[in-house]
Design a binder for this molecule. Structure first.
Ligand code: AMP
Ligand code: MG
Length: 479
């Protein structure tokens, strides 16, 4: 693509890298297997200590709007696109190292990533993917012995990220705002060939590119909303054109249903609260659209952007239909959903466990749901509305319950669970909780992940509502 868009750079060496976790589900996609003999070679290459043969590692240029304000000076400050990998099904993936030393975009920072934040990203990508939500994932998490300094000395790691793309909305903003509009068609052509080959031969391909990104972003955010995912830092440099969840920092999943919940403690205005995410997605797409005006014309882009809300609404409605086990998505259904969000916001119901419990209605019993409602009548009134809509559909209750249990996870990656795993890893060098959370994250809809069935442990700890002291817990960007 040319060095207008990147800096060529090799990863910096690290001290005594050690493999914390390896993700066979991802590595199998690209036929990469490790054995006890090859583990140290793998760790050495993917920590950055040895070059990957024929790789051309590079740091990508990008800028972006952070909290609504344009920042021209971003770019991969601590990450490198190491290589592309071809999967057995013909798809192409980026292998990216995060935390492998400062690049020319590091702005004085150390180019490293904390073990804490790397554990979070490693597990979060797998959790989102397993929930059926597009996301970057990781092949491996590698610890390094070099201490890094944040508020205090911290352990560090290199995350081996696996993603369909690393092209951000901010990748287009950088040439646009730095007065290099001639670079944008080049980037568009590359992005279309790599990610949207079906539109490559169309005379209208740039407009169709924007249409694709609008659609994918709307679908992505509808998914986020229905599992209660709060990204925390929806800056335009953290949005991928392929519509996958990207750049896990201070994210969180809703504990109780609190629409104003912001996962990021630096977000004092609540810009990135759960309830704002759909409109922020639209705003971010508007910023991407601005970079394409001279190519596509403002009115064409506006017409595409106007499709965002209908696509979002339609996807949200379909996903809510699955959560509630209803197929008929008419006005009565919308009223039911509207009323449900109202009663959930007025009562301290755990978002995940409420929906999971609902699949027991009406055949089994869902007594546990009443615990969330000081006034039982509030829930009874809603359940009788719900029953009426269920009765309209004449569905088999067992079948519906099974389907609902594939739409409403039993396990969600709560921040206090992550904190527990991080604390064991940092204080005791014990990575067993990472292994366990990984197993839970990969099987969110099961009653218990099969691989944990024989272990003797308290599974309720992982499925229970968030303990009071961790409810609406927020993290900072550096955590
Ligand atoms: P993030 O919060 O990870 O999206 O990062 C925002 C920007 O800061 C990106 O340009 C990163 O590459 C850069 N950055 C964050 N932390 C570091 C670090 N420790 N060293 C170098 N650059 C960093
Ligand atoms: Mg980022």
């Amino acid at each position: 693509m040319g060095d207008d868009f990147y800096q060529k750079k090799s990863p910096d060496p690290v001290t005594d890298p050690y493999l914390i976790h390896f993700n066979p589900s991802v590595s199998q996609l690209i036929d990469l297997n490790i054995s006890s003999e090859s583990e140290s070679e793998f760790t050495s290459i993917f920590s950055g200590n040895h070059p990957l043969p024929q790789a051309f590692p590079l740091a990508m240029v990008y800028s972006g709007h952070q909290f609504g304000v344009y920042n021209p000076r971003l770019g991969d400050g601590r990450g490198l696109l190491l290589s592309e990998a071809h999967a057995t099904d013909g798809s192409v993936w980026d292998i990216y190292l995060k935390g492998c030393g400062p690049t020319r975009f590091a702005r004085g920072f150390d180019g490293r990533a904390t073990l804490r934040s790397s554990i979070r990203e490693y597990l979060a990508g797998e959790a989102m993917h397993s929930l059926g939500i597009p996301s970057t994932r990781a092949i491996a998490l590698i610890g390094i012995r070099d201490l890094i300094f944040r508020d205090r000395p911290e352990l560090a790691a290199v995350l081996v990220r696996f993603s369909d793309s690393h092209i951000r909305f901010g990748s287009f903003e950088q040439p646009h705002y730095s007065n290099h509009p001639e670079k944008i068609p080049k980037l568009l052509d590359y992005a279309i060939q790599r990610h949207f080959p079906d539109i490559n031969d169309s005379a209208d391909k740039y407009r169709l590119f924007f249409r694709e990104v609008v659609q994918r972003t709307a679908v992505l955010i509808a998914h986020w909303q229905t599992v209660g995912f709060v990204h925390g830092v929806m800056n335009t440099d953290n949005m991928l054109i392929t519509g996958a969840t990207f750049d896990y920092g201070p994210f969180g999943f809703l504990d109780r249903f609190n629409p104003g919940f912001t996962a990021n403690s630096s977000d004092t205005s609540g810009r990135y609260a759960w309830s704002k995410q759909p409109q922020i997605g639209h705003w971010n797409l508007g910023k991407l659209g601005e970079t394409l005006v001279s190519i596509c014309g403002a009115s064409a882009l506006e017409a595409e952007l106007n499709e965002y809300q209908p696509i979002y609404n339609q996807t949200f409605r379909a996903l809510m239909g699955k959560k509630l086990g209803l197929d008929l998505l008419d006005e009565e259904f919308s009223n039911l959903v509207g009323r449900l969000f109202q009663i959930l916001s007025e009562n301290p119901a755990d978002f995940t466990n409420f929906f999971r419990g609902l699949s027991n209605f009406p055949e089994g019993y869902c007594d546990s749901l009443y615990n969330y409602f000081p006034d039982k009548k509030v829930l009874d009134d809603w359940l009788s509305l719900y029953r009426r809509l269920l009765d309209r559909e004449d569905q088999d209750n067992d079948l519906r319950a099974r389907k609902m249990n594939r739409a409403n996870p039993k396990f969600i990656l709560r921040n206090h669970l992550l904190e527990h795993a991080i604390s064991k890893a940092m204080k005791e060098s014990d990575h067993s909780e990472i292994d366990r959370l990984f197993a839970f994250a990969q099987s969110p809809f099961d009653e218990l992940p099969e691989c944990l069935a024989k272990d003797n442990f308290d599974s309720q700890f992982y499925y229970a509502d968030t303990p009071q002291k961790f409810i609406d817990w927020r993290l900072s960007c550096s955590a």
